[in-house]
Design a binder for this molecule. Sequence first.
Ligand SMILES: Cc1ncc(COP(=O)(O)O)c(C=O)c1O
Length: 436
Amino acid sequence: MGTDQALLPKLARGQLFSDALMREVKARFLQVDHDHHGRERLYFDNAGGSFRLKAAAERFAQVDAIPDNAERIHATAVELQDIQAKGCADLRTILNAQGGSVYASLSASGAMFDMVRAVAENVPGTNMVTTVLEHPSAFDAMSLYAQRLGRELRVARSNPATGGVDVDEILRLVDENTSVLNVIYASNISGAKLDMEAIVRGAREIKPDLYILADAVQHAPHGLIDLQKTPVDGINLAPYKFFGCRGSGLSWLSERASVLPHHKLAGKKPDYWDLGSAAPWQFAVLTEIVDYVCWLGSQFVGDAITTDRRALFTAGITHIELHERALLALLLDGNENVAGMRKLEGVSVFLDHDDLTRRDLILGIGFDRIDCTQAVVEYARRGVTVYERVATSIYSRRMLESFGLAGTVRVSPLHCHSVADVEKFLRITQDIARGD
Ligand SMILES: Cc1ncc(COP(=O)(O)O)c(C=O)c1O
């Protein structure tokens, strides 16, 4: 089987893992079919916190149990330094980044505020550009610094037909006086991927030295990021949404962004971003994530045995994307066993863009009979965890209003799910729609 990224547009409806691989994948994660009390459960809220790799949880405990300070010269300290160096290299593997700085923080939100602050305060301009679909961590940071610095905040509108933001809609707001552009890689509400390559290219045609920040928290676990094609200046991800652990945000900054004045101890090098003691487990967990995706990739490279970690990672994440796309197609259109969402009476599928190659595995649905909050309760009664995104939530309002929606039930499975899991979910959805 090929591993080439060229597979992606060709397999417009995705490609499932084999049954044997599906079993192996499930076995590598915790609590895929049962919750922590051992109760059977379908967990379809991975966009709010993903299944954890067993290896990541074990490594977290192992590394965090070591009391030693990494800033010493003895053998254990050197071991911890190696763990950190490997984790930094692995973040660059995920992003295909070269050089720059790696910044480990407590959350992706914290890192985004720090990156926006450094760029906004130090790069001149009269306006700052972002999109209506940003998570509050990016949107509020952009609003805060625009206000403080007396800049105009320009906000690109969403497109209800695609669930995303059109490239031209962003580019029309960028000019030679733009200080910073901040764009989400994929929406955590609709799952729509933004065309980052065209956005970065187009924006730099308007202002060649434009600073660009990107929020990859939603997209990173579901598809390939390649900073050689989308050279941004700052990008963050959240390991707890990427098969890892909570309490950690990891970001990368370009060389020029890393040396912009920022909060740091005066004695540290200009491109150093960590503030206070590092937690080596953050890096160890990231390495487990990359090891896993590379292992998955190795199942597909066949004769082309490779030790190139980025090539294996690319193969792994490509097949995650393909499996998830096949699950999305199944959710929407069903199969010979069960009807899909698009055909279920009393169920609406929101922001249902035809081109599945432009979507991460997230679905927003609604019921005629009950509201979103009631629907979540009905799912829970049947052993299914999903999430209501309602306009009263600070995490949803701006995005939902931009689409003219009052609320949706967000359905976000993961590549650890099988066809049988999705069929079960569809049957339960049908029961809820009928009031059975
Ligand atoms: C798209 C997106 N960006 C940023 C964040 C913030 O991540 P964290 O919880 O690590 O601060 C989230 C979390 O929900 C998110 O979905």
